[in-house]
Design a protein around this ligand. Structure first.
Ligand code: XMP
Length: 506
């Protein structure tokens, strides 16, 4: 185990992720964690990390300097390095001519930290300067504008980097972290996602004991992985509520039910609330109103079902790290969670929220899902908006339109998968436009709907590019939709990026 003491900034979970990539188990703790608590955990190493805070400021977070005398290797990163210097008698000040950014530094290759690192390497470096190093520290990296970029006191096993080895802008950062973890802390690097899952299940078992847990299952990756994990920990003490709002893709609700009840034997309450949602949505055309209605109705249905169960002790949420918006310093500060679909039912009677995936990035959640035996189909499911098909049916929603869209979308997804393109596209779906146009089928005039197809590639979903799908795939999908789906006589392909368009049509 390696402890990451978090002094604020945005890199606490990124460093944790990098350490997990080095196959070492780590835990992020707020900087006000006591030394006693740290010692109880008997870590092999401690990393102190913080962002661009000036250690000389009065309200700068501090730490008991005993931490440097425990005989446990310490690596201070940016603020951690400043604090180490400051606490042990050195002097730190803002750099007059340098901003936080990338820079080339020259390293001392005799340092254990820099084994197999290029003599000159790029890094994302702080705008602080170390004017005087603390006693017994040696400078092991520098550049013209940054005379002290890294320090070490080999005897005490104390190391400091004024730059961020976890950042993408530090290409050899992983090597440096590995040197610290394997050579200095003597970690063996055998930890993996299966140990994470095992460990989490054990901790959840201890925490939950014989108490009752409730989970809102959406069928998405995050809530599914969270639910299965809790189920493995406490079995039938967990109840999942799955609200079918009638706006899911074809067969999706049945597939979710099948996986959770048959494969995992989870207590699942499926609420068939289609009619309720259709009723509330009747005649509504404004996208934001649709979202609001679905969100509110979702909470209402969930609340009614939860009431039937009565008091529960814990509510599970599939929050993952990118959902967490941090404010304040360190984990002890206020952390706001971003709630997906319909928000959190505030008035369900529960004691505490459990978020077993809050430290994981999306790809790690998927790995955990596979470890738990969740089918690949669900684990690699493309993102699907909470309001579902409601935002893919332009104009008002009727059960007939939902059916048309489900069928068209199903054909599209089937052909994309058959063509082996599904793993290369971030999101793809059909849209039911509210355009009706004239066509001709079997010599008869038709006046039917136009379906639009969309496929995008994106990294963060903030911007996206349309995918150049092969003509033959598009042609086949169009032909099948026209032949197999009633009331569609025209198919278009959307060739707009984001911006100017958004990914969804509404
Ligand atoms: P846009 O359309 O804004 O979509 O470019 C970006 C990503 O967000 C998804 N999306 C939603 N997800 N509730 C959700 O849970 C929503 O109301 C919603 N609207 C858009 C969209 O599918 C895409 O992945």
């Amino acid at each position: 185990l390696v402890i990451i003491l978090d002094f604020g900034g945005h890199n606490n979970q990124l460093i944790a992720r990098r350490i997990r990539e080095c196959n070492v188990y780590c835990e992020v703790l707020p900087y006000n964690t006591s030394i006693e608590k740290i010692l109880q955990l008997s870590p092999k190493g401690i990393i102190t990390i913080g962002g661009e805070i000036d250690v000389n400021k009065q309200d700068a977070p501090n730490y008991d300097s005993k931490i440097y005398t425990l005989g446990i290797p310490v690596l201070g990163i940016n603020y951690g390095c400043q604090l180490m210097t400051y606490s042990l008698g050195g002097k730190v000040s803002p750099a007059p001519n340098r901003k936080y950014g990338t820079m080339k530094i020259n390293i001392d290759s005799s340092s254990k930290l820099f084994q197999n690192v290029s003599n000159q390497t790029s890094c994302l470096i702080s705008q602080m300067n170390i004017e005087t190093t603390a006693n017994d520290f040696k400078v092991i990296a520098s550049s013209e504008s940054c005379p002290v970029a890294a320090i070490e006191d080999r005897k005490r096993n104390l190391y400091g980097l004024l730059f961020h080895p976890e950042a993408d802008q530090t290409p050899e950062g992983i090597r440096i972290l590995k040197n610290f973890l394997y050579d200095i802390c003597k970690c063996n690097g055998t930890w993996n996602m299966s140990s994470f899952v095992e460990n989490s299940i054990r901790q959840l078992k201890e925490k939950i004991g014989d108490k009752k847990v409730l989970c809102a299952l959406s069928g998405g990756v995050d809530s599914s992985v969270a639910a299965v994990m809790i189920n493995k920990a406490v079995g039938k003490q967990l109840t999942c509520i799955f609200v079918d709002h009638g706006l899911l893709r074809k067969n999706e609700a049945d597939e979710v039910e099948e996986i959770f009840t048959n494969q995992f034997d989870i207590n699942l309450i499926r609420v068939n609330a289609q009619e309720r949602f259709y009723e509330k949505l009747a005649g509504v055309t404004d996208p934001e109103r649709k979202r609001k209605i679905i969100g509110e109705e979702f909470i209402r249905v969930f609340e009614e079902e939860a009431k039937k169960i009565g008091k529960v002790d814990y509510l599970v949420q599939g929050t993952i790290y990118p959902d967490i918006i941090e404010s304040g310093v360190g984990q002890s500060g206020v952390i706001k969670s971003h709630h997906n679909v319909g928000g959190l039912p505030d008035y369900v009677d529960f004691k505490e929220i459990i978020e077993p995936l809050r430290d994981l990035f999306k790809d790690e959640v998927r790995k955990a899902g596979l470890e738990l035996g969740i089918p690949e189909k669900l684990v690699f499911r493309q993102p699907f908006p909470g309001p579902g098909l409601a935002v893919r049916i332009i104009g008002d929603i009727t059960p007939q339109k939902v059916k048309i869209l489900q069928e068209a979308d199903y054909i599209y997804r089937e052909e994309i998968a058959k063509a082996g393109l599904d793993k290369h596209i971030s999101q793809y779906f059909a849209v039911l436009t509210n355009i009706r146009s004239v066509g001709v089928t079997n010599d008869e005039r038709t006046y039917d709907y136009t379906v639009a197809l969309r496929a995008v590639k994106t990294i963060d979903f903030m911007t996206a590019e349309y995918v150049e799908l092969p003509w033959e795939v598009l042609g086949l999908v169009s032909k099948r939709i026209i032949n197999e789906v009633d009331h569609v006589n025209r198919v278009c392909y959307d060739i707009t990026g984001k911006p100017p368009a958004t990914i969804e049509w509404e």
